[in-house]
Design a protein around this ligand. Sequence first.
Ligand code: ZN
Length: 498
Amino acid sequence: MGNLELNLIIIGSALILSGLSVFLFYKNKLGKNIMLAVVSASLSIAITVVALISILLEPKITLKGSYKMEIPVFGEYTESGYSATLGNDDVTDAVTVSGKVDTSVVGKYNITYSYKNGKKVYKATRTVNVTDKVAPEIKLNGKNKIIVSDMKFYKESGAAATDNYDGELTENIKITKKKINDEKYNIIYTVTDLSGNKSTLIREIEIKDIVAPVITLKGKSTIYINVGGKYTEQGATAKDDMDGDVTDKLKISGSVNTAILGTYIRSYSVTDSCGNKKTVTRRVVVRVPEDPTKNRICLTFDDGPSNVTITVLDILKKNNVKATFFICNYDKSKLPIIKRMINEGHAIGIHGYSHDYATIYKSETAFMNNINKLHDKLYKDTGYDSKIMRFPGGSSNTVSNRYSSGIMKKLKVRVTNEGWRYFDWNVSSGDASGSLSSNAIYKNTINGLKKKRTNVVLMHDLGTKKTTAGALQKIIDYANDNSYSFWAIDDSIPQIVH
Ligand code: ZN
């Protein structure tokens, strides 16, 4: 209790006492207690006067600003000032200030302002509370939103927490899992600093059946093997986003018969523990190798049968030469010519029911229908099951891009996968362009021939190409004089492609 309060109590008590005295004085009507009342009242007045003088002589210390301050930790404390009076005198200079505030440490600090008057010390106190009211910061390791196919695949990657005052609080993080519904979970990260400030962060987990494993083939996706060679499985690896390495679950199927020409499909399948299945395939092409001991010529006639086919067949027969005809659709009257080709040992390949680029290169389906339609017709008419074909315009044509961009790349895979061997040419007679003389066709052809390889010669079997038939005898004579031999395309002929 301060001196001021004490003095005020004294004054109050004295006033009550003097009032009581006046009351007694009145009640006794100037009776026998009169002396006691007079003494009592006088004493009260005297005490009051002394107390009032005491108040007037009491020093008064006044603080500027708040007596109770709050400062955030690491903030700045500045003395906001004070003053002191004694009676009418300013005695501020005589005040001493003690106490210190360390704003880097949370806690309560007292600053004491003292004034010494004789033996008595008068004091005022300011309380400074340095507080930490900033909550810790949580950072998730990994993503805020995670998709897993099953909650059992969720791997907790944790979080880190730091506080502005306490520093590292990672070990204080509490992690709880809350199911929202069958498709959603929340992982809740909570941390409280030593001052009681709490932070919460949520990671959302979505349950979705999504990602199939990834299969990587060892070796190439298309493998070429010479007929009679050996196929060695190089295997594959499989990885799943949830299950990890699932190579041991891989199932490989599809047989390869290297004794028989064709394209074989090896299939690599794997299913992850959530039922997501993945399949990749490898094409194994069993092909005929080039035979450098032979100087082979395969004469090929496109677009027939026609009005000149009989002339061509007669020349071939006379010379005992076997050739190959890549035919288009034919009407009934031409069927005997087709049968003659077969009977005389020539090969028949499929060029296409229609030769119209806009129609056949419109789509993969349109193209496949176009070759299958003619194949089936030929088979029905003659029993001849053709396995070879030639793309109208050749496999390297660019005209097809006008009707379906990039279709040739797809078609080459498609026809191969469906069991066809397609043939382009490596010698062109040039008879496709305009009406070339027989001599020019002959020259083009013999200039293109090379020894120790298979020469596939492009010629045409059209009513308008009479000069081709005219060049044929000279070409055969040249070949015979230069140790070439003629072959119809069969399984022993390597696939000549652009
Ligand atoms: Zn053609």
